[in-house]
Design a protein around this ligand. Sequence first.
Ligand code: ZN
Length: 318
Amino acid sequence: MQETHSTNFPKAVRITEVGLRDGLQMESAFVPTATKIRLLNALIDAGVRHFEASSFVSPRAVPQMRDAAEVLAGITRRADVTLGVLAPNRRGIERALEAQADEIVVFLSASESHNQKNLNRSVAESLQDMRDAASLVRGTGVKLKGAIAVAFGCPFEGNVPLAQIEAIATQFAELGFDAITLGDTTGMATPALVRSTVQRLRARLPQMPLALHFHNTRGIGLVNVMEGLALGITDYESSLAGIGGCPFAPGASGNICTEDTVNLMNELGIATGIDLARLTAVALDLEQVLGRTLPGQVMRAGPRLRVHSLASQAAAVG
Ligand code: ZN
């Protein structure tokens, strides 16, 4: 057991694997349902307990997610595993409830222009939809999480006023949402913004669990996680092998990578319940499935203390 980096950091964190949704939705080639189920079951075997496993979006809009119900039905269900799904509208929520999702994630964008582009609605209209979502889910025992997209910056409007994030989060709280995710959809978060946003919401909604969803678009995804840890945040969303991306930054890195995040937590002495070696094996499996090199780094380099045989290595300087 190693020393903990900072006594202010949490002792344990929850990592929600979103790659099979946030990552795969960017993939044009359909990944077979049986493969998705295999990957999800392997992640459960590796100790992952929280998922955004698929999305009940229109099959025409996102064909990759058309098998959401079959994926949920195929996963080995366990009482200690939370299978969450994204649902963009009433129909999606109804389908998610039918498929016995444990958690439903509904979302809107913090900025008007991103919300128009993504959902074809004003923020006020989307907040009205949230009212319907809450009434559909209330009493079912299914958890409802509200995701605020572009919470740390909008590709069309730049910085989003904190008052706007606070107003949306307050509405979520009033509707009885179980948790709120702050989504860095296009990788615009910075440690300073993470701090100011979290502090603002904590002051307004001290009881509301907050999750952080970062993308590594500009290479500071895990730096933002460190800031989250310093603020005592215990919920992070990441994607296997770092798949995903940003539609406004073609070729950019995707979500923060689950193995890299677990590796960081291991080095900080923060428990995740996830076995890094087994997790890495699933990431390498995913790389075979997608047929290209994926952005994850620990899956290439291995953990820090993986020692190499002296004879087999070429010397390097620099
Ligand atoms: Zn994302």
